[in-house]
Design a protein around this ligand. Structure first.
Ligand code: OAD
Length: 254
């Protein structure tokens, strides 16, 4: 179901964005769907419909079977490496630049590990779940870009003999404290909050939506489908972010 053509709703949200100084945006896998990266929870096509997260994305799985887990994330990386930012990423980057030029800001808090916001031109991304583009030695903590990881055997190892793992947050692990603090600051100081392309079921990230709602600032959901938050946000724009965000930008500038 798509109601992006609903003129009053989209016009109203465009006006909210036009008048806002500080905007906080929480993004999820749907943001990259139009770049060809699979989401997690969509029936049939979602990664978790085909793979068991407890065997691949849990910290215990990494300890038990580092070969399978690192091989899977290497395969996931190959998909991200082929992907390009879509018009949604680019529109969000333009919105950030517009607000920064006017002395405000757009803080992008993402659950995505694919790095596409950055390639799309957005800056200072808060990566709540880390990045698949960095891998970390479990023995020394040393971090290295993925292009410097030797994947000739799995699990990849460092010169120090430690397993190299993606610098992402697995189930059972804490989110990086710096990212949590930056996200909270952004949500506590925003005058409009957007939640884009997330099923809003994974905490603590989904908690930022609750936090924004509890502050009483206007909250906007952009998603082709309903989520548990749809009934609680101020405005739900039903449609793909690659279409809705460019349309909002166009109307903001009119
Ligand atoms: P999900 O797969 O749970 O949700 C993706 C959301 O994107 C759904 O609500 C879709 O309706 C929506 N969607 C699909 N196509 C879209 C499009 N073109 N435009 C906008 N929205 C679209 O993904 P997340 O909410 O990101 O964590 O999942 C949260 C976390 O759960 C992930 O970071 C990952 C996962 O397990 C870990 O692996 C730790």
């Amino acid at each position: 179901m798509t109601d992006i053509a609903h003129p009053h709703k989209i016009e109203h949200v465009a006006e909210l964005l036009r008048n806002a100084t500080r905007i906080a945006v929480l993004t999820g896998a749907g943001m990259s769907a139009e770049s060809g990266i699979e989401t997690f929870r969509q029936p049939q096509t979602g990664l978790w419909a085909r793979y068991n997260p407890m065997e691949l994305a849990h910290v215990d799985a990494l300890a038990r079977d580092p070969k399978t887990v690192t091989e899977w994330y290497h395969w996931r990386f190959s998909k991200c490496a082929d992907a390009k930012p879509n018009p949604g990423h680019e529109a969000l980057a333009r919105l950030q630049q517009l607000k920064r030029d006017a002395g405000g800001d757009v803080a992008v808090l993402t659950q995505n590990i694919d790095g596409l916001h950055q390639v799309g031109g957005a800056r200072d991304i808060v990566e709540l779940h880390g990045s698949i583009l960095r891998w970390r030695c479990q023995k020394t903590g040393e971090m290295r870009p993925i292009r410097e990881v030797d994947f000739s055997s799995f699990p990849p190892t460092s010169e120090a003999g430690g397993v190299l793992r993606p610098d992402i947050v697995l189930f059972g692990e804490m989110l990086p404290i710096d990212a949590l603090e930056a996200a909270e600051r952004a949500v506590m100081s925003c005058d409009v909050f957007l939640t884009i392309g997330t099923s809003a079921v994974v905490y603590p990230a989904a908690g930022y939506i609750d936090l924004a709602i509890s502050r009483g600032v206007p909250t906007v959901e952009i998603n082709p489908d309903a989520t548990p938050m749809t009934g609680s946000v101020s405005h739900a724009l039903r449609g793909p972010s690659g279409a809705v965000l460019p349309e909002l930008l166009r109307r903001m500038r009119d």
